[in-house]
Design a protein around this ligand. Structure first.
Ligand code: GNR
Ligand code: NI
Length: 176
């Protein structure tokens, strides 16, 4: 089932998401719906708040081509360790449509999470995968990639998104 994407300045994007008690059948179905929604919008990651749900659930697939069998479906993801070494990537976000900026983050992270079998697992990630997991965990804490930028750069991007949204709403108004 395709879920609706929530974009800036929707308040759900600024809330801290709540941990999942256990990954049950309903949670797995929700993760699969998130994956479908992420593929539909050609994203490499998606966090539950982006579909309006305040739960600590993320999905990630940076494979080329993307492959549901290799996607990461994670509940309660936690960063255990981050490298001193950094990695810079030109990030975008489905909740900040059409805007991109270079963000510098730790290059490697060690992550713990609960998988679809309700088992706790740990993994290491680097470069784009690490960036993507960190970007998704930020969403669970009410943070967006623009929060890593200078205030000037952040304000320019968010003003552009608000302006695009206002124009789109006007278009709808005229069509009705
Ligand atoms: O599709 C996405 N691309 C992306 C590029 C660089 C760093 C992070 C991302 S995640 C983003 C989808 C999204 O908004 N996930 O929250
Ligand atoms: Ni995002």
């Amino acid at each position: 089932m395709l879920l609706k994407l929530h974009t800036f300045p929707d308040a759900v994007l600024r809330e801290v998401a709540k941990p999942v008690a256990a990954v049950d059948a309903e949670t797995v179905r929700f993760m699969q719906d998130m994956l479908e929604t992420m593929y539909h919008h050609r994203g490499v990651g998606l966090a539950a708040p982006q579909v309006g749900v305040g739960k600590r659930v993320i999905v990630v697939d940076i494979n080329e081509p993307q492959d549901p069998a290799q996607a990461l479906l994670m509940a309660n993801p936690e960063i255990l360790q981050s490298s001193e070494e950094e990695f810079c990537y030109n990030e975008g976000c489905l909740s900040v449509p059409g805007q991109y900026a270079d963000v510098t983050r730790p290059k490697k992270v060690r992550v713990a999470y609960i998988n679809i079998h309700n088992q706790r697992v740990e993994m290491e990630a680097e470069d784009l995968l690490s960036t993507c997991i960190q970007h998704e965990i930020d969403h669970l804490n009410g943070e967006l990639f623009v929060d890593h930028l200078s205030r000037l750069k952040r304000d320019i991007i968010l003003k552009k998104v608000e302006k695009a949204r206002r124009l789109a709403e006007e278009e709808i108004g005229h069509a009705l």
